[in-house]
Design a protein around this ligand. Structure first.
Ligand code: PBG
Length: 308
């Protein structure tokens, strides 16, 4: 059987994620998978991600798909721009990891027992804004780099930070979950839309593959991600805006129910709009759109700052 060519970024996290998808695909179909490493503009640059713009980690993989150098690409879903190119299709959204953010702090500390003036590093405006909104006596500083680099700044021999905040999923996929000192409650730190989820993408007209990849799809994850991403798309906020969204599925009296929370926070943490909405998984996209419309009604667009 000809192996499936699976395109991946070369970072440790991307390789871990692609390896998971490759193993699941071979288990489901019996077909072998060949990993094809693709270098993206985002990997080559050291500029802050917010300056690089939308989808910088994604476009090289998508080009490779369209040019048929690979058959399938695995992305961190939260890094995808909200528009999917017409030629491509997200054929599977596998069961997601814990979507919450996590703290890695020295001396096993949690957010509330860090000392006054502690220096906390994090990369995303969404996290900076929510940390500032907590009104803790912390100094929040922007950082970048891969997961290992960020953790080294707290636990390494030349540590210069007291703590970092990262996606729990990324730390867990690198096998370092035991270094997390606090998994942050979404009441304190609402995750990014689709955090912890993977997008498995192929060409739209590759009908047999679309069908095969369907075996990797997880229905509840797809419903949650659909609601969160519909919220983001409706806000048209750009990938570096301080927008958070988290959908949880629970069993209600009349079947499953989605509970979607959304928040938009000014980067200084001074102003925040937080709202929630419930509905059925079948209406996931409508729930996201409706919650975004409510956020906009309350002035969410005045908190974004400049659009990307
Ligand atoms: N923006 C970078 C990025 N993209 C996906 C993850 C982690 C895994 C995930 O959220 O699925 C990370 C690192 C982080 O935010 O800490």
């Amino acid at each position: 059987m000809t192996p499936l060519r699976l395109g991946t970024r070369g970072s440790k996290l991307a390789l871990a994620q692609s390896g998971l998808v490759a193993a699941a695909f071979t288990a489901a179909t019996g077909r072998p998978v060949e990993l094809v490493e693709i270098t993206t503009a985002g990997d080559r640059s050291t500029a802050p991600v917010a300056q690089l713009g939308v989808g910088v980690f994604v476009s090289a993989l998508r080009d490779a798909l369209v040019e048929r150098r690979i058959d399938v690409a695995v992305h961190s879903y939260k890094d995808l721009p909200t528009a999917v190119p017409a030629a491509l299709h997200i054929a599977a959204i596998p069961l997601r990891e814990d979507p919450r953010d996590a703290l890695v702090a020295r001396d096993g500390r949690t957010l509330t027992d860090l000392p006054d003036g502690a220096l906390v590093g994090t990369g995303a405006v969404r996290r900076i804004a929510q940390l500032n909104a907590l009104r803790l006596p912390l100094r929040v500083t922007p950082i970048r780099g891969n997961v290992d680099t960020r953790i080294r700044r707290v636990l390494g021999p030349e540590a210069d930070l007291d703590a970092v905040v990262l996606a729990r999923a990324g730390i867990a996929r690198l096998g370092r979950a035991d270094e997390i000192t606090e998994t942050l409650d979404p009441m304190l730190m609402l995750p990014a839309p689709a955090q912890g989820a993977l997008a498995v993408e192929c060409r739209h007209d590759d009908h047999d593959l679309v069908e095969e990849l369907g075996a990797l799809d997880d229905g509840p994850t797809r419903a949650a991600v659909t609601a969160e991403r519909a919220l983001l798309a409706t806000l048209e906020a750009g990938c570096s805006a301080p927008v958070a969204a988290y959908a949880e599925l629970a069993e209600g009296d009349d079947g499953d129910e989605i509970y979607l929370r959304g928040a938009v926070i000014s980067p200084d943490g001074e102003r925040a709009i937080r709202l929630s909405r419930t509905g059925t998984p079948a209406a996931a996209a409508e729930i996201g759109k409706a919650l975004a419309a409510e956020l906009l009604d309350r002035g969410a667009d005045t908190l974004f700052g400049s659009k990307e």
